[in-house]
Design a protein around this ligand. Structure first.
Ligand code: ADP
Length: 162
């Protein structure tokens, strides 16, 4: 049986933290599907298409690779549509733990056949948050140590620094 994992998130923008979770997750499953959710209620820094394009660049450079889908509804529905038996999420700190365990419980109630698996962030990336990358970039700060080079280039282009 092919084990498919689904890694959902906003990826606005993809960070080194996301990339590390992806690199570890691809080793745990036969196929990894990264699900890029529409950012309901929030104004994203990057459009869905731009976030997918950034992840496609990362996927091209990854060995083994991963697939990318977009979704606009429940994560459990998108995971099942992708054929996934696992939802993968990253855990950085106690705040993530509190939120993620509640979410995993709700998702388990909605779709008991889909298991949520947590990967703890490494010390090298556990401080990285896409929301802080957006804030730093908005204020003209340097985000190159927090995101892949291709994402840093896109942010620089957005801010007229390239
Ligand atoms: P959301 O908007 O749903 O939080 P994100 O794109 O911010 O989505 O994150 C998607 C997933 O990646 C979440 O499981 C989050 O905990 C995880 N993640 C984000 N940043 C890191 C990081 N630096 N290290 C490990 N996991 C991370």
């Amino acid at each position: 049986m092919t084990r498919i994992g689904f890694y959902p998130g906003s990826f606005d923008p993809p960070t080194n933290g996301h990339v590390e979770i992806i690199a570890r997750a691809v080793k745990m499953v036969d196929r990894l599907v990264v699900g890029v959710g529409a950012h309901h209620g929030k104004t994203p820094m990057f459009s869905l298409e731009e976030r997918v394009a950034m992840l496609e660049t990362i996927a091209r450079d990854s060995e083994p690779g991963f697939d990318i889908v977009t979704y606009d509804g429940l994560t459990v529905d998108a995971a099942q549509k992708a054929g996934a038996s696992l939802i993968l999420r990253g855990l950085r700190d106690a705040a993530d733990f509190a939120y993620e365990t509640q979410m995993a419980g709700m998702n388990a109630a909605l779709a008991p056949q889909v298991e949520t698996v947590f990967l703890t962030a490494s010390p090298a990336t556990c401080h990285i948050a896409a929301s802080l990358v957006r804030q730093i970039a908005d204020m003209g700060g340097d985000v190159t140590e927090f995101v892949p080079p291709s994402v840093a280039a896109r942010i620089a282009a957005r801010h007229g620094n390239s």
